[in-house]
Design a protein around this ligand. Structure first.
Ligand SMILES: [Zn+2]
Length: 382
């Protein structure tokens, strides 16, 4: 009897955001709502905080399929949104949040800091919302998306299918109601992701650069720089010197580094080059906004120590498993400095899903063990 039309429902849910939305925004919201199927409203996937005048950080909430943060820079010509998350509904969620009292400016630039799926798979949705927007990346990143985008998507879908089986098994095995709810939630979110990504095709950047691109707005500039290889072969950093903010993708964030596509011997140098930029706050690809340079220095020192220890062990003929056994978190001076190891644990507990009952020591040991394995594989990559 009270069968609301989908349009009426969205108008009600999104309120002022719906009225202020363009027809294209509305189409995307409708599609996201249709995909979300059971959800009563678009899910809130981000906590948005103001970092400076006209600059916001959208900090991703923990989900089974990770979303990256977004950095939002407002200019007279429109918004620059740095990084696009893992799925269309994340874009719909963020744009609807932006339209609720943050900015009514059109999206003018979409930046992909690097090629990873959790930073690029929302790009086609932004392109539909903002037909005139430019998609910007380094040349290396565009090449990496073109070469790997489809294969990585297939991997992520296969991996997700497998992980659903694992989540269901864990939900069935556990006697703890809290754990059961946790694993069921993981399985549901993974299933929703598979549905949502069914007809996905990647969108390639249409503006690329080698080393630097400067966008001059009326009252401030946005400097996009490729400073060397690090987390991938193409990471860029966005710096607004007037607002003293940088957005760093996964070159610098608040989790342990993700190394499988990285260059551990170049990464610390690239991070220290980013440290020379004019900023006071960092919007990283994951985790909370950082103040100053302490965590940048910590991360550079940790990757240096990791690369040196793994290189040495490898040259002595030791296996990755032997190195994992020999190199405990406590053996890394760089994890003790400034409480960096505990900072990583705090960030993972707050910003990623962690199974109930997991101890802090297990979280850190898991992260360091993975880092040793991945560094072992790529440390001599040239
Ligand atoms: Zn990444």
């Amino acid at each position: 009897m009270h069968a609301h039309s989908r349009r009426g429902f969205l108008r009600q849910t999104l309120g002022a955001c719906w009225t202020g939305a363009t027809l294209l925004d509305q189409a995307v919201f409708r599609a996201a709502r249709a995909r979300a199927q059971s959800a009563a409203a678009l899910p809130e996937l981000f906590d948005v905080q103001k970092v400076a005048d006209g600059v916001w950080a959208a900090i991703a909430r923990p989900t089974a399929l990770i979303n990256c943060n977004a950095a939002i820079f407002e200019t007279g010509a429109g918004l620059m949104i740095v990084d696009t998350h893992s799925k269309p509904s994340a874009v719909a969620s963020l744009v609807s949040r932006i339209r609720r009292g943050i900015s009514d400016k059109p999206v003018r630039w979409i930046v992909n800091t690097h090629f990873h799926w959790d930073h690029t798979q929302g790009t086609p949705t932004y392109k539909r919302i903002a037909l005139g927007a430019d998609i910007v990346s380094s040349e290396a990143t565009r090449n990496l998306i073109a070469e790997n985008g489809a294969a990585r998507l297939k991997d992520s879908l296969d991996q997700t299918r497998k992980s659903i089986d694992g989540y269901q098994e864990k939900a069935a095995q556990t006697r703890s109601p809290e754990e059961k709810i946790y694993w069921q939630r993981m399985a549901n979110e993974a299933r929703e992701y598979l549905v949502e990504m069914r007809n996905y095709t990647p969108e390639l950047p249409n503006v690329t650069f080698g080393a630097n691109l400067v966008i001059r707005a009326k009252d401030h500039d946005l400097h996009l720089s490729f400073l060397g290889r690090g987390h991938t072969a193409g990471d860029i950093v966005v710096c607004c010197p007037q607002k003293k903010v940088i957005a760093t993708g996964d070159l610098l964030h608040s989790f342990a580094p993700y190394i499988p596509d990285g260059y551990p011997k170049d990464w610390p140098r690239t991070l220290r080059a980013a440290g020379q930029l004019d900023f006071e706050r960092v919007i990283g690809g994951h985790g909370a906004v950082q103040q100053g340079r302490q965590r940048l220095t910590n991360m550079a020192n940790y990757i240096d120590e990791l690369a040196a220890a793994v290189s040495t062990g490898r040259a002595q003929g030791r296996s990755a498993a032997e190195l994992q056994a020999a190199l405990s978190p406590a053996s890394f001076q760089s994890l003790a400095d400034g409480g960096y190891g505990e900072f990583i644990v705090d960030s993972l507990l707050k910003h990623t899903p962690v199974a109930p009952g997991t101890t802090r020591a297990e979280v850190l040991a898991g992260a360091v063990g993975t880092n040793i394995q991945d560094t072992f594989t790529v440390v001599d990559r040239v």
